[in-house]
Write a protein that binds this ligand. Structure first.
Ligand code: SAM
Length: 245
């Protein structure tokens, strides 16, 4: 068992209760009450392991994160952001708006111990190369290192070119670019990150590349994670800049 207050950052990307087939031991088809009760169990446990000032990121669909975020506040974590992860290829749902984002909740246990400022490149059109925004006429005064990262992330690519395609689909791999941001923003080299739903091992691959310590579990995919970490880490290109001034 992990001791109390050992971990700098928790990142959790659980099954979304959408009846998806992961490995044979996963259950992604609970009643709404059961799902929320199950999430509360591991949220409690993850929170116990967090150091004061540690960060807790929870990735899920808005339907669940609205409830889980309320619970995280209730148990004393401090809300920092609801980060919108824009997705281009959601599935349409009859009688609803077209779902086009996932939610990444960002809480801390008290005042954040680490919060590092990230700048992203000025957005350009992929066809003509021109800049997309005019920055209200203040373009000339902008920091040459790039724009302050906002709470809407439009630049997270889908995972397409993964070597183990069938496994990727089952484990539902996230883009390493998302994890890169989480890790850079909330930890320093040597810090400890925990991911209870490792999947294809994205969090751990990023931690290896960024010299963070990590701990993780997955009910079915540990061999996949081991394989990924023993070879190419499959990391996305990331143009973010850390602004440590
Ligand atoms: C959405 S995927 C995580 C994907 C991961 N973030 C990545 O980038 O590869 C959810 C994972 O949770 C795992 N899982 C489901 N129930 C679990 C449980 N009770 N304990 C640990 N892992 C579980 C599944 O096997 C699946 O790999």
């Amino acid at each position: 068992m992990i001791g109390d207050e050992q971990v700098d950052t928790v990142f959790a990307d659980p099954p979304f209760n959408l009846k998806k087939e992961y490995g044979s031991r996963s259950n992604d088809n609970r009643s709404p009450d059961e799902y929320i009760a199950w999430c509360k169990l591991w949220i409690d446990e993850a929170t116990r392991t967090l150091k004061p000032g540690g960060a807790f990121f929870l990735y899920n669909i808005p339907k669940w994160n609205i409830l889980l975020g309320a619970y995280m506040s209730e148990i004393g974590l401090d809300f920092r952001h609801w980060i919108t992860i824009n997705i281009k290829f959601g599935l349409p749902i009859r009688g609803r708006l077209y779902p086009s984002h996932y939610s990444l909740l960002y809480f801390t246990k008290g005042k954040p111990r680490v919060f590092r400022k990230i700048r992203t490149p000025i957005e350009t059109c992929r066809h003509c190369g021109g800049e997309i925004k005019d920055y209200g006429g203040h373009r000339h005064a902008m920091n040459p290192k790039g724009v302050n990262l906002t709470d809407v992330w439009n630049d997270i690519p889908p995972v397409r070119h993964w070597k183990y395609k069938s496994i990727d689909r089952k484990a539902n791999a996230l883009s390493s670019k998302l994890l890169d941001r989480v890790v850079e923003m909330s930890t320093e080299p040597g810090d400890l990150v925990i991911d209870p739903f490792g999947g294809s091992g994205t969090t751990f691959a990023v931690c290896e590349a960024k010299h963070r310590r990590w701990l993780g579990t997955d009910i079915d995919f540990a061999p996949v994670i081991r394989e990924r970490l023993s070879g190419d880490l499959f990391l996305h290109k990331n143009d973010d800049v850390l602004d440590l001034d």
